[in-house]
Design a protein around this ligand. Structure first.
Ligand code: ATP
Ligand code: MG
Length: 247
């Protein structure tokens, strides 16, 4: 039990969720390393959603609402940390969830599907009958009616290589990655430099706010979003946070 008044309560709870995920066979052991790396970058951001992150979260919500065929990719860390939030977002923007694992095993895919279903997920892409070009067999398996044919894909935590492969297929790729310097962050169409625990509820908030907006207003939000500029803003926010830090 972690006491609620512990100064690092939220961070420790998040860590517990990932450990639980590993124990339940949902999260890969490599997920622990990914989480550790993410935590380090979150510290540098001040463990808060920055202006640039909000900007990207709003553009992401608009892109998902505009999409003809949006799909949300779910890996073991996402399933452990934000299963309810991702199911809620899936409903709000009418985007199915597809389990997509870097270290894929059928057992873990099925554990995640069972976990999501037990929490009420209904809109799921469960086939693995298509292949992302340029990726090795296991890493490139996707659903022909899901990620393979989607126009907009939300990949909360994705490997740089796979992100690039999806972009090369002509898709709009929305990535959530606390590291603004990662290959994933650099190659996505919209990069959200925020913790998934904050980012997913924020995208849902914007989706609710924007869902009755005119198509033109949504298009304007997406067109005016400049990922290079936004990533540079994210790095500057880290620098500003460090400069203001009381040593
Ligand atoms: P790349 O290949 O894109 O350069 P990487 O190999 O450095 O990335 P991985 O370890 O494959 O990255 O994936 C983990 C990524 O996910 C890291 O960039 C990390 O910052 C990010 N990450 C981990 N946990 C979270 C989280 N809870 N919220 C947001 N991002 C996270
Ligand atoms: Mg990687």
């Amino acid at each position: 039990m972690i006491p609620k008044n512990h100064p690092r309560y939220e961070s420790l709870m998040t860590r517990e969720l990932i450990v639980d995920g590993v124990e339940k066979g949902i999260t890969s052991i490599h997920g622990l390393i990914a989480q550790g790396r993410g935590e380090a970058f979150d510290y540098l951001l001040g463990e808060k959603t920055t202006e640039s992150a909000l900007n990207a979260e709003k553009a992401a919500a608009a892109a998902l609402l505009l999409a003809k065929k949006p799909v949300i990719s779910v890996n073991g860390n996402v399933a452990a940390l934000v299963p309810e939030d991702i199911i809620k977002l899936s409903g709000l923007v009418d985007a199915p969830l597809e389990v997509n694992l870097f270290h894929r095993t059928e057992e873990r895919v099925n554990n995640i599907l069972r976990h999501l279903r037990s929490l009420g997920a209904k809109n799921l892409c469960t086939k693995s009958d298509a292949q992302i070009p340029a990726l090795s067999h296991e890493r490139g398996k996707v659903d022909s009616d899901g990620i393979f044919s989607a126009d907009v894909v939300l990949v909360p935590l994705e490997d740089g290589d796979r992100c690039k492969a999806l972009v090369d297929m002509g898709k709009t790729v929305i990535a959530i990655d606390l590291n603004p310097l990662s290959r994933t962050a650099q190659c996505a169409s919209i990069t959200i430099v925020d913790n998934i625990t904050r980012a997913v509820p924020n995208i849902s908030g914007f989706a609710e706010e924007l869902k009755n907006s005119k198509k033109n207003a949504l298009l304007k939000l997406v067109d005016e979003f400049d990922n290079r500029k936004n990533l540079s803003d994210a790095v500057n926010e880290v620098l500003a946070h460090l400069a203001s830090y009381k040593y």
